[in-house]
Design a protein around this ligand. Structure first.
Ligand code: AMP
Length: 188
């Protein structure tokens, strides 16, 4: 199996690139943000709970997020691999993901970190917010908080995967095609 964690701050281009990688390598793309947003739209209990955190740019609690992710993975027993986008976001989530994949006799193959400077992230997110209507992309304070949460709780995961010799960094500046080519190069 090929299991990739596509990593990087909000606005780094994870969702866009994950869609391309998914098609190129026949993987299942799991975006925890997308799954939460679908639950908000469907007004499920999970969505109502997650919205409280997402509206502030905070992380949804680990236990809820992990349980949801595991049940998504379990929906695809025959897949040839996964691309995880927006998960894991805490060391605890990464540890639980490792345990879960080990229980399925598989593991994370690689973490690919997209590198984009903060100023570029803010302008990308604000323009994405105009196009998509995503509430957490339209308010600069929420965006800044999401980047702060990333720096305080998530960025450390690069060390977690580096310690396992699984980290590759990719420059996330350039056209979408240029970044895709760099990603394919790292995966191949
Ligand atoms: P994203 O679409 O990845 O930018 O995620 C949007 C929001 O969903 C985040 O700001 C969090 O509130 C929530 N979220 C997504 N993935 C996770 C996760 N792995 N852990 C906790 N919260 C998450």
């Amino acid at each position: 199996m090929l299991n990739i964690v596509l990593f990087g701050p909000p606005g780094a281009g994870k969702g866009t690139q994950a869609e391309r990688i998914k098609n190129q390598y026949s993987l299942i793309h799991l975006s925890t943000g997308d799954i939460f947003r679908a639950n908000i739209k469907g007004e499920t209990d999970l969505g109502i709970m997650a919205k409280n955190f997402m509206d502030k740019g905070e992380l949804v609690p680990d236990e809820v997020t992990i349980k949801m992710l595991e049940s998504e993975v379990n929906k695809y027993p025959d897949s040839s691999g996964f691309i995880f986008d927006g998960f894991p976001r805490t060391t605890y989530q990464a540890q639980k993901l490792d345990e879960f994949l080990t229980s399925k006799s598989t593991s994370i193959t690689k973490m690919i970190a997209l590198d984009v400077p903060e100023q570029e992230l803010i302008s990308r997110l604000l323009s994405r917010g105009k196009a998509s209507g995503r509430a957490d992309d339209q308010n600069k304070d929420i965006i800044v908080n999401r980047i702060k949460v990333y720096e305080n709780q998530t960025a450390v995961l690069a060390d977690y995967y580096r310690a396992q010799n699984k980290l590759s960094k990719v420059n996330g500046i350039g056209t979408v095609d240029e970044v895709t080519d760099r990603l394919y190069h790292v995966i191949d």
